[in-house]
Design a protein around this ligand. Structure first.
Ligand code: 6GU
Length: 226
């Protein structure tokens, strides 16, 4: 998969996508991420990409010209399956959306800043708008990093057995069960007996029960969705 990201602050995106599982995905050639500084398409030599909003009010708006120039230049060599704008008023990201997007070949992401981007770019170029939750971030970059991570880690071949996504919280609409490692007893606190039993069927049953219990207690909304 190839992901291109347009941003006024591409530096903000780089570090989170250069380590751990994202690094592995990129090193294996399964995920290609290209960041693009919007200022490259600025309207003047001062690097201007934003302006005051019509109608008045505090806060700048990202101008259409730099964004459209960037989108059109990138689209000349790559055919994007989706042009995604990261915005707090978008559809809230969940595992299902990440799963769907992980099946695409090329994605273009646009990070907003200030008051956001000119509405005409949303109307004419953006095909999907995504938020990562009901709170406001200072820009779309961290949200884009979250989205790339959520997509990148489930690309076929990225995770191995040890890091398998199959048992993640949300992958089956249930929260993950509790996990334990050595020592089997620490300060008198014991690991549940069943996990030491060596009986894989019993372990699976226990984990499923724990997942259900945890989901009922913490996220009952996940159980009555369908
Ligand atoms: Cl995608 N952008 C910003 N600026 N804030 C957010 C967000 C996105 N998702 C939640 N809060």
């Amino acid at each position: 998969m190839r992901i291109d990201i347009i941003s006024v602050l591409p530096e903000l995106l780089e570090s989170p996508l250069e380590h751990s599982i994202m690094k592995r995905a990129r090193d294996k050639g399964l995920l290609e991420v290209h960041t693009h500084a919007l200022r490259k398409w600025a309207v003047n030599k001062y690097g201007q990409v934003d302006d005051y909003q019509f109608g008045g009010g505090a806060g700048m708006v990202m101008m259409p010209e730099p964004l459209v120039s960037a989108i059109e230049e990138l689209s000349a060599t790559v055919t994007y399956d989706e042009v995604i704008y990261l915005t707090p008023d978008g559809q809230q990201l969940n595992q299902g959306i990440a799963n769907q997007l992980s099946l695409k070949k090329n994605l273009l992401m646009i990070c907003g800043h200030y008051k956001g981007i000119d509405e005409r770019v949303r109307e004419h170029f953006v095909t999907k708008e995504i938020s990562i939750g009901d709170y406001v971030l200072s820009g779309g970059e961290l949200a884009a990093a979250v989205l790339v991570d959520a997509i990148g880690r489930i690309l076929p071949g990225v995770l191995n057995d040890e890091t398998s996504a199959l048992f993640d919280s949300f992958q089956d609409d249930l929260l993950a069960p509790p996990v334990y490692t050595r020592p089997a007893e620490y300060r008198g606190w014991k690991v549940p007996e069943v996990l030491l039993s060596g009986d894989p069927k019993k372990v699976d049953e226990w984990r499923h029960d724990q997942s259900l219990k945890r989901t009922k207690e913490r996220r009952p909304d996940l159980l009555d969705e369908d």
